[in-house]
Write a protein that binds this ligand. Structure first.
Ligand code: NDP
Length: 328
């Protein structure tokens, strides 16, 4: 056993510290599969963990990073053998279990999903947890009866990670996508991803009425708070909205009017503890319903040594699309 590079979050009397360090392999936590990590990513939750702005990290020291793709180095799990390419999203990685910003990870084999046959390791992390969550949201809308014929769909937090991937998927599926953004200067970027219309998020961020003019059949919201309340109030009769984020806040100052007067459904999306069959379904759909050229257009790559400086920028909405972290 030796050491490997890792981004280690520690907590002392003076508060939280984060540093790129040599980590001893013998200090990895229990697990039946050891993985050589190739890529990770920066998600909103990683920004919270690295900056310490929310209690995401529940154990110290912690290695940050909530998702990775890599190659199995050793395994006592029946499904995995050395050389297998695997993906991990969530399950407490980077929160309660030592995470992805490291050259090595030891995890439970039950948490892993096989690399989709038609994707490169880098593509899976260009998607990352944000993109896989966008796919879970699209599948949830479909289960609620959504289809392009029902009308337009709104995507909030459009220029962010979940938003960018959601737009690319929905436009591939021939939806009329309305992108809501605070960065109108990114309108061309959003249209290239497939948005048919781009609106200023200020239209949705102020206090709204219980019911407003019907504008869309449904939507995917990664913003929460008054934005989600307004999205619900503007959803057509019988529509559905998938809620997956809190970029503007955890509160939901809404009324029951959209639910009881228009039959609107609010669909909760959780990627962290999502059961394995649903994960496998989402990754399979991502192989067919996301244009690789659009995925490339929304991706930027950084190295492990750039994570500490870059991750906090996601909290102020300062990152466009997705950031891949090259680890190994
Ligand atoms: P990003 O920061 O990449 O995207 C969030 C976007 O929201 C920003 O780019 C910005 O888009 C918009 N935004 C930011 N701040 C505000 C604000 N104060 N008011 C209104 N809009 C704002 O993050 P991710 O895409 O990685 O994650 C988005 C959200 O989804 C996060 O809250 C994250 O925690 C959550 N999430 C939840 C998951 C789950 O399992 N439920 C999994 C993954 C993510 P623009 O500039 O276009 O307005």
């Amino acid at each position: 056993m030796g050491t490997f590079k890792a981004i280690v979050i520690e907590k002392g009397e003076a508060g939280q510290t984060v540093a790129l360090k040599d980590f001893d392999e013998k200090d990895l936590m229990d697990g039946d599969v050891t993985v050589r990590v190739e890529y990770s990513t920066i998600n909103y939750k990683d920004g919270l963990a690295i900056s310490g702005k929310a209690p995401v990290v529940r154990r110290f020291p912690m290695i940050g990073g909530i998702d990775f793709v890599g190659t199995v180095e050793s395994s006592s799990h029946p499904q995995w053998k050395p050389g297998d390419k695997v993906i991990l999203n969530g399950w407490g990685l980077g929160e309660t279990h030592l995470g992805a910003y490291a050259e090595k990870a030891r995890v439970k084999g039950d948490w892993l999903v096989a690399l989709p046959a038609s994707m490169s390791p880098r593509e899976t992390m260009a998607i990352g947890t944000a993109g896989y969550t966008a796919m879970l949201a699209v599948i949830a809308l479909e289960r609620a009866g959504m289809s392009p014929e029902r009308g337009p769909v709104v995507v909030t937090g459009a220029a962010g990670g979940v938003g960018s991937v959601a737009i690319a998927i929905l436009s591939w599926l021939r939806y009329h996508v309305i992108a809501s953004t605070g960065r109108m200067q990114e309108a061309d970027y959003l249209k290239k991803l497939g948005a048919a219309e781009v609106i200023d998020r200020a239209e949705l961020s102020g206090p709204g009425k219980p019911l407003a003019k019907e504008r869309w059949a449904g939507g995917i919201d990664s913003v929460g708070s008054t934005t989600l309340a307004n999205v619900l109030a503007m959803t057509r009769y019988g529509g559905a909205v998938a809620a997956c984020g809190l970029a503007a806040g955890m509160d939901l100052p809404a009324s029951v009017a959209p639910f009881i007067l228009r039959g609107v459904s609010l669909l909760g999306i959780d990627s962290v503890m999502c059961p394995k069959p649903r994960r496998e379904e989402a990754w399979k759909r991502l192989e067919t319903d996301l244009d690789p050229a659009k995925l490339q257009a929304l991706t930027t790559e950084i190295g492990l040594s750039d994570v500490i400086e870059t991750a906090p920028k996601i909290l102020s909405g300062g990152i466009r699309g997705r950031i891949v972290v090259k680890v190994g």
